[in-house]
Write a protein that binds this ligand. Structure first.
Ligand code: 13P
Ligand code: SF4
Length: 309
């Protein structure tokens, strides 16, 4: 405890000295969420990255989020405390393969989920997040041909809601795609009064039985506003910290994975620790660097999304 407090004090001191802010995603460890200046979903984190007075952003999230911050604020130093903090979904769409894939769809617009690399963003007409994907897709004329990447589950969900027939890249998130529908039914038997809430990166069968589908912040707001007392939560474990904080009297039961592992702890999100945040600030590592061309090309579709959201 003493060591932890000392680390937190040092982080606070360096933050002031370097005019830095700490941004954290809801899937971060509790102690990281507690020291963050701002916690949010991907959309909120992108917004705050482009609109703050800091010289330095320490991004406690994953690589594509820190890259997005750098694209939106190229003049700032953007640090990711551990270079291992990648994303299985972003990795499932390599830029060279996607470029080849697009050759078969020359007339199509490209809508990319923000969980992708800067190279993929640069190939896109517009970016979306889980909180605005339906609205972004609906902003295109009904007959517009669209390729959606990288998450096939989110893409199928959006097709369903909007009545579109977007061509889907076959990517998935290794956390959400493995959440078990059988365990949802078991939990429903155990807690018949519970509401099921799910992130749209989950498989379609699971989304079909959910009472509510939304981004991390939409799920959080739903649990705050709902009159229900018990929630079966189909997403990564980190969000439970904020849910309990906002609704201390309510019960939150996380949906386990199909496999007997802790797979609904996102490995990439959880590699960020307090000592790594401190080292990151001390040594100004690991700095996100992108070419000017990528920044220019990736900025336009992200900016378009922010203007529309
Ligand atoms: P949100 O934008 O809903 O926070 O989702 C981010 C993410 O990585 C989901 O796996
Ligand atoms: Fe990527 Fe999935 Fe982790 Fe989100 S939960 S950062 S999509 S691997």
């Amino acid at each position: 405890m003493l060591i932890k407090n000392r680390i937190i004090k040092q982080i606070e001191k360096l933050k002031v000295e370097k005019n830095a802010i700490i941004l954290a995603h809801f899937y971060q460890k509790k102690e990281i969420q507690e020291i963050a200046d701002f916690i949010g979903d991907s959309l909120a984190l992108a917004r705050i990255s482009s609109d703050n007075k800091a010289d330095m952003i320490v991004f406690c999230g994953v690589h594509f989020m820190a890259e997005t911050a750098k694209i939106l604020s190229p003049q700032k130093t953007v640090l990711l405390p551990d270079p291992e903090a990648g994303c299985s979904l972003a990795d499932s769409c390599p830029a060279d393969e996607f470029k080849k894939f697009l050759k078969d769809y020359p007339q199509h617009k490209v809508v990319s989920y923000i969980n992708c690399s800067a190279e993929i963003k640069a190939l896109s007409d517009i970016i979306c997040t889980s909180s605005n994907a339906v609205d972004i897709v609906n902003s295109f004329p009904k007959d517009e041909k669209i390729v959606f990447t990288p998450d096939k589950n989110l893409g199928a969900y959006v097709n369903n809601i909007t009545g579109r027939n977007m061509v889907l890249w076959e990517g998935t998130c290794s956390v959400h795609d493995l959440l078990s529908i059988e365990r949802v039914f078991e939990l429903k038997r155990q807690y018949p009064e519970a509401l099921v809430i799910a992130h749209p990166e989950c498989k379609g069968q699971l989304l079909e039985v959910a009472d509510f589908v939304g981004s991390t912040s939409a799920m959080l707001n739903y649990t705050r506003e709902s009159k229900a007392d018990v929630f079966i939560v189909a997403t990564e474990t980190g969000i439970i910290h904020q849910m309990k904080k906002y609704s201390p009297g309510k019960k939150f039961v996380i949906v386990p994975s199909e496999e007997s592992c802790m797979c609904n702890d996102c490995y990439y999100m959880k590699v960020i620790t307090l000592p790594k945040v401190l080292k990151s600030l001390e040594k100004e590592r690991y700095s996100i660097n992108l070419s000017r061309q990528i920044i220019t090309d990736a900025y336009a579709p992200i900016h378009k999304m922010l203007e529309m959201s």
